[in-house]
Design a protein around this ligand. Structure first.
Ligand code: PAF
Length: 279
């Protein structure tokens, strides 16, 4: 497995693969890889001849008061995981390689990005769409793999690919959880042991929401009231949002009809965690 740091080298590598007729899969990540990422890489390896894992903490998707500087990084550990999973290249550019000094073009979206995480992270999805557009152009993959934990991101990326006619398939993969239910996330590393315990309130409250839906409850307000009450009982947790929206259009819904996304962002201590279910 190679670690490639420049766009030119990566393009040359993909060109070689294309000459051989290889199908190429891309797994975009910000590194500090865990089992959730590994499940994406495993699927990409199973479905493509060659797999690129991008490992780039994208400054453009962090707001000024967010955790860009402290975001965890460990390239050696990432390389080991990628190699064991059978990936062929890690693309690990410097920020200056991706964004030259007078960089001034952005990809943004009017719908889908304004609600849920977009409310408290107003520039986040513009950064995500811009870096992914760049990565999609650079790699020219046949398929790219995303986790459902960032459900809004998954919906946004699928929509962007359709709007902008990228000739590639976006594959959504299930959330990978710790044994006790906590969704795997690079940000879990910020949690103290007390906060780690408190963070279980996300998956526990979602479970209750799912049980209500399975039992036939269709009134969103009732479901949200129950789910929020569970989170509010946890002293270390503070709700950013708990919402039910249509899936994959992310529109507000009052009564559950068709597919819905029950999504939440909750601060546990200073750490903002997200989780969801699609029903
Ligand atoms: O989900 C992430 O890790 C990032 O948002 C992504 C898709 C790699 C873009 O920087």
């Amino acid at each position: 497995m190679k670690i490639i740091e420049t766009i030119d080298e990566l393009r040359a590598q993909v060109k070689e693969w294309r000459k051989e007729g290889f199908r190429v899969g891309l797994v975009p990540t910000m590194g500090y890889l865990h089992e959730g990422h590994k499940s994406l890489i495993d699927r990409a390896v199973a479905e493509n001849d060659r797999v690129v894992v991008s490992d780039f903490v994208n400054p453009m998707q962090f707001g000024p008061s967010e955790d860009l500087a402290s975001y965890p990084r460990d390239l050696d550990k990432d390389a080991k995981l990628c190699e064991e999973a059978g990936a062929h290249v890690i693309f690990h550019p410097e920020a200056s390689e991706m964004y030259h000094e007078d960089f001034s073009s952005f990809v943004d979206m009017n719908t889908l990005t304004k609600g849920l995480c977009g409310k408290t992270r107003p520039i986040h999805f513009r950064g995500v769409c811009t870096v992914l557009t760049k990565l999609f152009h650079i790699v020219g993959a046949d398929r790219a793999y995303f986790g459902q934990k960032d459900a809004q991101q998954l919906a946004v990326v699928k929509h962007m690919v359709q709007d902008l006619n990228f000739d590639m398939e976006i594959i959504g993969c299930p959330i990978i959880r710790e044994e006790d239910g906590l969704a795997k996330s690079s940000r879990n590393t910020y949690l103290s042991s007390e906060e780690r315990q408190a963070a279980l309130v996300l998956s526990k409250s979602l479970k209750v929401g799912k049980q209500m839906l399975e039992a036939g409850e269709r009134n969103c307000k009732k479901i949200l009231r129950e789910v929020s009450a569970i989170i509010e009982k946890e002293p270390l947790a503070k709700i950013d949002y708990v919402e039910i929206v249509s899936w994959p259009n992310l529109l507000p819904v009052e009564e559950v009809e068709g597919q819905i996304l029950l999504a939440m962002a909750v601060y546990v201590g200073k750490t903002r965690l997200i989780d969801n279910i699609i029903f």
